[in-house]
Design a protein around this ligand. Structure first.
Ligand code: ASP
Ligand code: MG
Length: 401
């Protein structure tokens, strides 16, 4: 008997009709003789709506109470799904994150899973129940409710799959799988049959938006068989695994991320220890820095630029303003009208000319590159936001994806 974990995102359970559709998928899987654990997200825009409701009352609610509120979304959808499965005549049991044994750290709003106590899950599966677990939630060691960060239900599902050594973890969403680019932005984008964990991790982190990046990290670490597929079309999806045969395929996909702000501190002294000072101050306030660029010194001065996520923009600028005075820098500039456009592919490790091909595609469209960063399997450039869609398409075409 196989154990299959099936996760359904918010759009897959958005209304009664969709809930029925999901119940159909789950019970079909169960009827084939599999053990099934289902993980659900909150319906449709419920999480956003709950956040809006909170801010109507208090613009600055405590993270603890915010988590109490947000965990309600997933509880609603799991109960509704269970009711439909009951109606179809199958044995089903819902479990909240804490009932399912999710123990997390105490970072409200972005908690990390420490471990899962499988006892209850095992017990319910032993009774041949279909088990539905509320995604995105857990409990810390003080018995307080926590949530795993936006999109965290993917991570709940992979964590259960890892912990129970499931045979397969299916992530159902409203697209057929992982595309070479966002099909809403790039007309020629197409679905990939398979992608490696590393490539998927880069794509998820770079804004592809299909999977929570921590879920991919965990799938890689515990070698979870992962499939991304649509709950609406029931076509085969994209398999995420360790090794994928690279058939001349230099790059796997293109992604763009608008959630970036570029901050520059102009005219800092060109002396040792300056970069250390700047980035240790940011680290002390837990500001994550992405791309970093330092200009060549001139007249004993230099400029340092870096990017951060938008939610850290204000804080990062404030930290730089403070430092500007102590360092005697000229000024601090911030630009958030930018996008990060990236290409990802394990094939680029062994193939020269990938970067030049990307830059050529941008040059032909007359798109200016503001910053560049690379890793073994990705290249990212910063461009003006209004040019990002054009950039995405140009690169996608250039690599013949
Ligand atoms: N409902 C949560 C969110 O919207 C978690 C999830 O959907 O994965 O972020
Ligand atoms: Mg999601």
């Amino acid at each position: 008997m196989n154990l299959i974990v099936q996760k359904f995102g918010g759009s897959s359970v958005a209304n009664a009709e969709r809930v029925r559709n999901v119940a159909g998928i789950v019970t079909e899987t169960y009827k084939k003789g599999n053990n099934v654990v289902v993980v659900v997200s909150a319906q449709g825009d419920t999480t956003d709506d709950l956040i809006a409701k909170a801010h109507e009352i208090n613009p600055n609610p405590s993270p603890r109470e915010m988590d109490v509120l947000l965990t309600a979304g997933e509880q609603m959808s799991m109960a509704l799904l269970a009711m439909e499965i009951e109606r179809l005549g199958f044995p089903v049991k819902t479990l909240t994150g804490w009932q399912a044994g999710f123990l997390t750290d105490s970072t409200h709003g972005n908690a990390r899973i420490r471990r899962i106590n499988n006892e209850r899950l095992d017990n319910e599966l032993g009774k041949h129940n279909i088990v539905i677990v509320a995604g995105f939630q857990g409990m810390n060691r003080y018995d307080d409710l926590t949530t795993l960060g936006r999109g965290g239900s993917d991570t709940s599902a992979v964590a259960i799959a890892a912990s129970l050594h499931a045979d397969l973890c299916q992530i159902y969403t409203d697209v057929d799988g992982v595309y070479t680019a966002d099909p809403r932005l790039v007309k020629n984008a197409h679905k990939m049959d398979a992608i490696t964990y590393d490539e998927m991790l880069e794509l998820a982190t770079l804004g592809a938006g299909v999977l929570h990046n921590r879920s991919v990290e965990m799938a890689k670490k515990y070698n979870v068989n992962l499939e991304v597929l649509s709950s609406l079309t029931r076509n085969p999806g994209t398999i995420v695994k360790e090794v994928v045969r690279v058939e001349k395929m230099l790059i796997r996909g293109v992604a763009k991320d608008n959630n970036v702000a570029r901050i520059s501190i102009i005219g800092v002294p060109d002396t040792p220890g300056i970069a250390f000072k700047i980035f240790s101050h940011l680290a002390a306030k837990k500001v994550n820095v992405d791309i970093i660029l330092q200009s060549i010194g001139r007249e004993n001065k230099k400029d340092i630029s870096f990017t951060v996520a938008r939610e850290n923009q204000e804080l990062a600028v404030a930290i730089m303003e403070d430092l500007r005075q102590t360092l005697g820098a000229q000024k601090v500039i911030c630009d958030d009208n930018i996008s990060k456009v990236s290409i990802v592919g394990a094939g680029m490790q062994s193939n020269p000319g990938v970067a030049s091909k990307m830059f050529e595609a941008l040059a032909e469209e007359n798109i200016n590159i503001q910053m560049i960063s690379t890793s073994e399997i990705k290249i990212s450039v910063l461009v003006a936001q209004e040019e990002s869609e054009k950039a995405l398409n140009a690169i996608h075409d250039a690599f013949d994806l």
